[in-house]
Design a protein around this ligand. Structure first.
Ligand SMILES: Cc1cc2nc3c(=O)[nH]c(=O)nc-3n(C[C@H](O)[C@H](O)[C@H](O)COP(=O)(O)OP(=O)(O)OC[C@H]3O[C@@H](n4cnc5c(N)ncnc54)[C@H](O)[C@@H]3O)c2cc1C
Length: 541
């Protein structure tokens, strides 16, 4: 059972269903939330949508943003082009798309897999033991249902009932209160850019929506709101006009909200048969637009592990790696969004004098500008993330080619996809299981590969990356470009890739013990002798 049909719950449900795990998805709300909330969708989330197969549905609904413009008291200080060029991804961009639309796309995808959200169904209480959880659900029509489920995941947002009932304590604090409004503007502001404006009142932000003329407005200095949306519109009009130095007209906001910035997280995302994901596990400032993106990555990390356990392919201990891998991500995020919050609101009076100088320096020296921009982009896109320290990663010999254990395999660019091997790799990454890719045939490995495919074919896809006559199961790589990129140029070298696309281990033809150890970790010890049936074949060679 998945509790909560926000972005985290919908992603989790989708990925469990893709792996054949039946799911019940309940949500306390009467229906989908109409408010926009998260806008920014970052590169790693776009890659994840591609692997889930929903990117073509979402992409046309978004607006690509690649710039950050700073204004102070009527003067444009700098326009920093976000430098995505150093990011090895097919999606070098941030896509602005209304969270209500993202959720609609996810809901439709879940529906295509046969599950509808059970709206008006609130998880009221919960008990759990070694075999599962018993949940009490209250329906909007006044009826109550007690249901037993082998696994339960709380994706029920920042005020998570599941988290509270499990006694998982949030640590951290709440800090500033900000005002937020969505409104149509009459302005010549560049709508391919995010704008940050400083006036005598404090700092504002304006972020473009995909819809023409519509903007998300943030006031970090004055969060007062008494229900009069027109007054909020007038206040933003005055402050935006001061910031850009010419009149900006603001129509009546379609949504106004006051929110207190929370910076909190839990230390463990699992308690026996119950887990939590998304805002239920970590809430932070929306300053760098990370909440939804991180929740989707939590769900994507958890789904394949939970499916492997449910399907009997791995021991329950595999789920411990979920917390081990994702809690540090949440913790790092608290630090970075805290810094982003401080930066955006910049309350210090000295800032007014220092800023113009600082941005002048940054924008005058291209190398510095590109360094600053790259640093921000890498952190924001989540492409820099590595699970190198995970129990599922095996260190590789230093200095080798190709993505290292812990890194994502999909370090491909749009230009790469023109070659058949890269396109085949992108397709392979959309498949739901583990992947073992080998750089061509080698007598010390061939028998092992064939036997592994026979034994674990239900969850392990074994492919060679090779020339044109390598057979139907090979990834075509006529000119060797893909093998060079993946570090598979030596015959018999191999790379083991997790279902979420991160490298678990890599080695040469003779390193079968390393492969065995990584496969044992993949099953969390359920299979202790993954190569036992293959030893004879390898030895014969
Ligand atoms: C103004 C604003 C701007 C933001 N901007 C960004 C951005 O640009 N980028 C970004 O990545 N993030 C952004 N965020 C954060 C983002 O909206 C959240 O991180 C995201 O919604 C979290 O998704 P979730 O699925 O974890 O939880 P939620 O979206 O909160 O979904 C939880 C669901 O659980 C349901 N529920 C709650 N309790 C129960 C219960 N007891 N039983 C059953 N169902 C229950 C709720 O009805 C809800 O549908 C922003 C947030 C705000 C408020």
């Amino acid at each position: 059972m998945v509790v909560g049909a926000g972005p985290a719950g919908l992603t989790l449900t989708h990925e469990l269903l893709r792996r054949g795990v039946p799911v019940r998805l309940v949500d306390a709300a009467a229906g989908p939330a109409p408010t926009s909330r998260a806008l920014a969708t970052h590169a790693r989330t776009l890659e994840t949508y591609d692997q889930m197969g929903i990117l073509p549905d979402l992409m046309p609904k978004g607006r690509r943003v690649q710039k950050f413009t700073l204004h102070q008291n009527g003067r444009k200080l700098a326009a920093l082009n976000a430098d995505y060029s150093q990011l090895a991804t097919r999606y070098p961009m941030t896509v602005m798309v209304d969270q209500a639309i993202t959720e609609q796309v996810l809901r439709d995808a879940v529906s295509r897999l046969g599950v509808e959200v059970e709206w008006g169904t609130r998880l009221q209480s919960l008990e759990h033991d070694a075999d599962g959880a018993t949940a009490v659900l209250d329906r909007a029509d006044g009826t109550r249902e007690t249901v037993r489920t082998p696994w339960l995941v709380g994706c029920d947002g920042g005020h998570s009932t599941v988290r509270k009932l499990l006694g998982l304590t949030l640590v951290g604090d709440s800090s500033e209160t900000w005002l937020i409004a969505d409104a149509v503007l009459d302005t010549d502001l560049d709508d391919r850019s995010i704008h940050w404006l400083r006036t005598r009142y404090g700092s504002l932000m304006a972020v473009p929506f995909p819809e023409q003329g519509k903007w998300r407005l943030l006031d970090t200095a004055d969060a007062s709101y008494d229900g009069d949306a027109d007054a909020v519109g007038a206040r933003f009009a005055e402050r935006l006009s001061l910031g850009v130095g010419r009149p900006v007209r603001v129509e009546r906001p379609t949504w106004v909200s006051v929110f207190t910035i929370q910076q909190r997280m839990i230390r463990s995302m699992r308690s026996g048969r119950c887990l939590v994901a998304g805002d239920a596990a970590h809430v932070h400032s929306p300053a760098s637009g990370q909440g939804m993106n991180t929740g989707i990555q939590d769900a994507y990390n958890l789904a394949w592990k939970l499916a492997a356990v449910v399907r009997g392919e791995a021991a329950e201990a595999l789920l411990d790696t979920y917390s081990e891998e994702r809690v540090p991500v949440g913790a790092a995020l608290l630090g970075s969004t805290n810094r982003a919050t401080q930066l955006i609101q910049l309350k210090h009076p000295v800032a007014a004098f220092v800023l113009p100088v600082m941005f002048k320096v940054v924008s005058t020296f291209p190398a510095l500008r590109s360094k600053v921009s790259r640093k921000i982009m890498k952190a924001m896109s989540a492409l820099d993330l590595s699970y190198a320290d995970s129990a599922l990663s095996r260190p590789a010999a230093p200095g080798g080619d190709g993505p290292a254990p812990g890194r994502r395999l999909s370090e491909l660019t749009e230009a790469d996809l023109a070659q058949p091997g890269f396109a085949a790799l992108a397709e392979e990454l959309r498949a739901v299981g583990w992947k073992l890719l080998a750089g061509g045939s080698h007598p010390a490995l061939d028998g092992t590969l064939a036997a592994l495919e026979k034994r674990f074919g239900g969850w392990l896809s074994v492919r060679t990356v090779a020339g044109p006559d390598a057979g139907p199961t090979a990834l075509p790589d006529p000119d060797g470009a893909l093998r060079r990129r993946l570090g598979l140029t030596a015959a018999g070298s191999w790379v083991l890739v997790r279902p979420d696309g991160y490298v678990s281990a890599r080695g040469g033809a003779g390193e079968t013990a390393l492969l065995a150890s990584a496969l044992t970790a993949a099953t969390a010890g359920l299979v202790t002798d993954p190569l036992s049936d293959t030893g004879g074949a390898a030895a014969a060679h």
